[in-house]
Design a protein around this ligand. Structure first.
Ligand SMILES: *Cc1c(COP(=O)(O)O)cnc(C)c1O
Length: 227
């Protein structure tokens, strides 16, 4: 656990970046609360879950000051629960979902922090908007109230090929830079959520500000825990 923080700091320094610009989101799906609490003692302050129901059962047990991230696909009918549990939603990938988040956030007088999920590799099995559709989606979101678009998220292709991984990450960074330059209302675009246990070092070299790490912290999950 302490090792993961050291390793992230090392990767940041290697990339000429400051370790404090990269946060580890400990992805805790299938991990029981006592083990999560143990992990948090080593200084991690971000937790990620991919299912609303599981998060509802576990996350209320976290101490205050932990930022809670929804990293999995979000069904529109779960938005109400998700907004009650999570601080940041990484998986905004369609207008209808944005509309529902906006409607509920406005009703509660809150601003929902979201990242737009991008299918950088155009992989048919992945959720996320294709790179060519990101700016248009962000523009539509930017005129809705109750939403703050804080960046982009991607899940890299299943591969160990460095070239393809880097490509997915650099596509996300370039999109972020381009959209950030348009200075749209309610769009800060400060975050790049990319990199998991197998590839977070590369993601950090390509500009990640949030790395979502499960296995490298908690060990491998039982089969089927990939939500
Ligand atoms: C499970 C999961 C992770 C963490 O994956 P590891 O390979 O265990 O580090 C990161 N992001 C998302 C969206 C996930 O579902």
């Amino acid at each position: 656990m302490a090792r993961i923080c050291e390793s992230v700091a090392k990767a940041a320094l290697k990339a000429g970046r400051s370790p404090k610009d990269v946060s580890v989101v400990a992805v805790t799906k299938t991990v029981a609360l006592p083990r999560i609490l143990e992990a948090l003692e080593c200084g991690i302050s971000h937790v990620g879950e991919s299912r609303v129901q599981e998060a509802k059962e576990k996350l209320p047990g976290l101490p205050p000051g932990i930022t809670r991230h929804m990293v999995g696909h979000l069904q529109t009918n779960k938005v109400g629960s998700a907004l009650g549990i999570f601080d940041v939603i990484h998986s905004l990938d369609r207008v209808s979902l944005a509309q529902e988040i906006s409607r509920r956030a406005l009703a509660q007088g809150m601003v929902a922090r979201v990242l737009v999920q991008v299918n950088t590799a155009g992989d048919e099995e992945r959720h996320g908007v294709l790179p060519g559709g990101v700016e248009s989606l962000v523009r539509q979101i930017s005129v809705m109230g109750g939403l703050s678009v804080e960046g982009l998220m991607t899940i890299a292709p299943y591969t160990s090929e460095e070239r393809r991984l880097r490509k997915a990450f650099s596509v996300l960074r370039e999109l972020r830079d381009e959209i950030k330059g348009k200075n749209m209302a309610g769009v800060t675009m400060e975050h790049l959520s990319m990199g998991m246990s197998g590839d977070y070092q590369l993601a950090i070299e390509e500009g990640a500000t949030l790395v979502r790490v499960g296995t490298a912290i908690f060990g491998s999950r039982p089969r089927g825990g990939d939500g």
